[in-house]
Design a binder for this molecule. Structure first.
Ligand SMILES: [Zn+2]
Length: 453
């Protein structure tokens, strides 16, 4: 299987690409964020392209390792007839960036275009609030060989877009997928609105084409639509060629020059892309790739890790931040930035753990208190009575006491009920006010019960 993707995501600008209308199209009442330009009224001329959109597109192209088209960039009219497009053509730029790479998948080109309006065929109405919002389109070469690879690529791409700070997220994604199997022709699938959708559509299409080839039926070159509700693809129309769009340069928009100075300015100020950061974390801090991937899942989390790693063993910090910070943040339905957990809090907590001033269990409980809490871990530990690690003989005493106090659980354990062991561990934790180490306690109870058997 060979698969290539064309991904559209909205750029996060305040105003539209060719007019001053706002871009908060979902909050506004239908057909309120509109003007003569984005409605394409006769005689209305586009304003010069939105500066933030151009700069955002250059930034994203650079973050995807693209070369920037050095000469003139201009907009073309791509003609097609559909109710969401009042002009009958969509303005789309020639490539702004080309020949990039994201984790081994070649990026053919990156360009800018305008979003059409929203047509609701069931109601027969069109809302033009979205018309003219800048979109970035990223086109890959057919370098992916399975639905899993395509899914992995899309996840990484969305991370790069989020890192850029110039694009909206997966929620505004629309993707077209090209897929061909050996011995068949290329089919294009449209209407894909999520990473999961892309994965399901490719899975379905792979099986469908495989079955046709197996039965000796020709796979047609065609455009198919993905029906998300049923997770299947259905024929739309035979694939049009580029000629059918009758591209012409837009005579209303003068060509632009991507000045080298401007490109260099963007390059110097852009964030390090997530995939490059992941590689660097592995090399620089000697942590496993899966830890690095989790730590770079959010730019603020990655930055916090680097601050913490200046003062604490990076491997220890990586493990705790991957497991405990992520767990607590996720549980509170926040992202790391929203949790307001600071590197200073983490450094203190990790040092308390490394100096054995608190137990692992206590560390986890303190971590749970950190989101949206400006208190330092030592203060929290004092208040909760979590300072200190219990001595070995205190744990031993608690183990014996838990066994003697709970003969039923002991009987269950001997009868092979594993849950009884967890219950006894819980009793020891209670007796030691949560300061005993659970896995060590587990071992101690088993040893004691085996000895008594
Ligand atoms: Zn407008």
């Amino acid at each position: 299987m060979k698969c290539g993707l064309e991904i559209h995501v909205q750029l996060d600008t305040n105003s539209k690409l060719f007019c001053d209308c706002r871009t908060n199209y979902q909050e506004a009442a239908p057909n309120h964020n509109i003007c003569f330009v984005c409605l394409n009224q006769p005689g209305a001329k586009p304003y010069p392209p939105n500066h933030d959109a151009i700069e955002g597109a250059i930034k994203i192209a650079l973050m995807l390792g693209c070369k920037i088209t050095p000469e003139l960039t201009y907009f073309q009219r791509k003609h097609y007839d559909y109710p969401d497009l009042s002009s009958g053509y969509q303005r789309t730029s020639i490539p702004i960036g080309f020949e990039g790479d994201l984790n081994g998948v070649r990026i053919r080109e990156v360009h800018l275009e305008e979003d059409p309006g929203q047509y609701k065929p069931d109601l027969g109405i069109v809302d033009f609030n979205r018309s003219g919002i800048p979109l970035i389109e990223i086109v890959t070469e057919p370098d992916m060989t399975s639905p899993e690879e395509a899914r992995k690529f899309l996840r990484e791409l969305i991370r790069v877009l989020e890192y850029s700070g110039s694009a909206r997220g997966e929620g505004t994604m629309r993707a077209d997928v090209n897929i061909s199997l050996e011995g068949g022709k290329r089919a294009e699938i449209k209407n894909i609105n999520s990473i999961k959708g892309a994965y399901k559509a490719l899975k379905f299409e792979m099986v469908r084409q495989k079955n046709l080839i197996k039965r000796g039926i020709e796979v047609k070159q065609e455009t198919r639509a993905f029906l998300e509700s049923q997770m299947i693809t259905v024929p739309m129309r035979l694939k049009e060629e580029a000629d059918d769009y009758r591209y012409i340069p837009d005579p209303d928009l003068p060509p632009m020059l991507a000045e080298e100075e401007r490109v260099e300015y963007v390059r110097e100020h852009m964030p390090e892309p997530s995939h490059i950061k992941t590689e660097r974390f592995v090399k620089e801090y000697g942590i496993p790739e899966d830890h690095a991937r989790v730590l770079t899942s959010e730019i603020d989390l990655a930055d916090a890790f680097e601050e913490v790693a200046l003062e604490v063993d990076p491997k220890f910090a990586a493990l705790w931040m991957r497991d405990e910070v992520k767990r607590v943040v996720y549980y509170n339905k926040l992202n790391f930035k929203e949790s307001e957990i600071t590197p200073a809090q983490l450094v203190e907590l990790f040092n308390m753990l490394l100096d054995k001033k608190i137990t692992t269990k206590a560390g986890q409980r303190i971590m749970e208190k950190l989101p949206k809490n400006s208190q330092m871990p030592s203060t929290i530990a004092e208040k909760m009575g979590l300072m200190g690690v219990v001595e070995e003989d205190e744990v031993q005493r608690a183990v014996r006491q838990a066994i003697e106090n709970n003969p039923e659980a002991v009987k269950d354990y001997y009868n092979g009920q594993k849950k009884a062991l967890n219950f006894l561990v819980g009793q020891v934790m209670k007796l030691t006010r949560g300061k005993a180490d659970p896995s060590h306690t587990n071992q101690l109870i088993r040893d004691e019960l085996e000895a008594r058997a």
